[in-house]
Design a protein around this ligand. Structure first.
Ligand SMILES: *Cc1c(COP(=O)(O)O)cnc(C)c1O
Length: 396
């Protein structure tokens, strides 16, 4: 047998093993614009699995701005930011983002990245080196875990239920650079991290607090500025990451922090330097999206989302399964084993409802769950239908 076939054979065996454990994932093709009502592989479905929390991904004003941006700046940026790819549209977006986080930082500056994944790699690898200590929350997003690994710093896992232990770890650390790293809203649970307490610890121990607000930006805070606004925090030790492909409805991410930190990222972050700048049209569209988020329309959308969350809690009466506590649009129903979770997802789908069945390795073994995300774009009748259908299939 030619050698390439035995190489392929090894991968095929591993794929088969994934299938055996019900861990094989499938791509589905969405044929309609991002919205609660979709056609997926020819089948009409109501989706409860998108992170388009405010319904801005297909908003006509944002789409128009994207078109206008393309006409004004072209389709692509042509180069990385430090060569010739940094457009006035990127700069305007960064200024606006820095303004939004200004009440929470000292000498604020923001830097736009192509994705949240790349922003997280940038922050951790540029701020932490071999001699640093990173304290990483157990439930952190994969991109933070990868960033910590790539930094070659010493990584210690903590949990938000035991901040006394984190306090002791920070006290015992002799590293000159210490980072406490956390998701703001845990993406598979919906709970909000105890940021005021974490920040107090960081200030006591001279550590940075790195906050990944992928699920909070646009959703939390009076004007949608995110989790720092939600808690009213302010500190020179905060490093804030927001993503722009979720509630902001477009694509990309940003880091906001003290101007010195941002200047260091420009000089040192490899995921900023060695990649082609995002098309300026995306930045131009995001300016419109931010205007909506921080204005009265954004406020109305956040109110509607809040009403949906309350309505879902009232309508859902579970007997065996367990709804995890969450005041955010992420609502997780813990089932446990993989097969029953997949079956529940399939039953919902048979009723025209698309909900993500989340399994390991995304979550810990035996904690498979349904992950529901609610959006201001849902209608309240869709929330009732979802809650009622889940109650029905729980009895099966
Ligand atoms: C989605 C997400 C990211 C990655 O952001 P992208 O812009 O999609 O790359 C990072 N952190 C968390 C917590 C996320 O949910």
């Amino acid at each position: 047998m030619p050698p390439e076939f035995s190489l392929l054979g090894q991968i095929e065996d591993q794929l088969a093993s994934l299938s055996d454990q019900q861990l094989r994932r499938q791509l589905r093709e969405v044929q309609t614009p991002t919205a609660p009502s979709l056609i997926v592989d020819g089948e009409p479905l109501t989706a409860f699995c998108s992170n388009d929390y405010l319904g801005l991904a297909a908003d006509p004003r944002v789409i128009e701005a994207l078109r206008e941006g393309a006409l004004r700046y072209g389709a692509g940026s042509g180069a990385s930011h430090l060569i010739s790819g940094h457009s006035v549209a990127h700069a305007q977006l960064e200024a606006r983002l820095a303004d939004m986080q200004a009440p929470h930082l000292i000498q604020p500056r923001a830097l736009f990245f192509s994705t949240g994944y790349m922003a997280n790699l940038a922050v951790l690898t540029a701020l932490a080196g071999k001699d640093a200590d990173i304290f990483s929350e157990a439930l952190n997003h994969a991109s933070l875990i990868d960033g910590a690994r790539l930094s070659r710093a010493r990584v210690t896992i903590y949990t938000r239920d035991d901040l006394a232990a984190l306090d002791r770890l920070l006290a015992a650390s002799t590293a000159s650079t210490k980072l406490v790293v956390t998701d703001s809203v845990f993406s598979m649970e919906g709970a909000i991290a105890p940021l005021p307490e974490l920040l107090a610890l960081c200030e006591r121990h001279q550590a940075w607090l790195v906050v990944d607000d992928a699920h909070g930006f646009g959703v939390l805070g009076e004007q949608g500025a995110g989790v720092l606004q939600h808690f009213g925090l302010r500190s020179p030790q905060l490093v804030y990451i927001g993503t722009l492909g979720k509630a902001a409805g477009v694509s990309g991410a940003f880091v906001a922090a003290h101007a010195t930190v941002i200047e260091w990222l420009v000089q040192r972050a490899r995921t900023y330097i060695y990649t082609t700048a995002t098309p300026p049209a995306i930045a131009h569209a995001l300016l419109t999206s931010l205007e909506i988020i921080s204005g009265s329309d954004g406020n109305a959308r956040r109110q509607k989302l809040k009403a949906h969350i309350e309505q879902f809690h009232k309508a859902l009466k579970l007997k065996r399964w367990h709804l995890l506590p969450s005041e955010t649009p992420i609502q997780a129903i813990l089932i446990g084993a993989n097969q029953p979770t997949l079956d529940a997802g399939e039953s919902l789908r048979a009723q025209g409802l698309w909900v993500a069945a989340i399994r390991p390795p995304t979550v810990a073994k035996d904690t498979a769950r349904l992950r529901i995300t609610l959006s201001a774009a849902h209608e309240s009748a869709q929330i009732t239908q979802l809650a009622n259908t889940i109650c029905e299939i729980e009895k099966l």
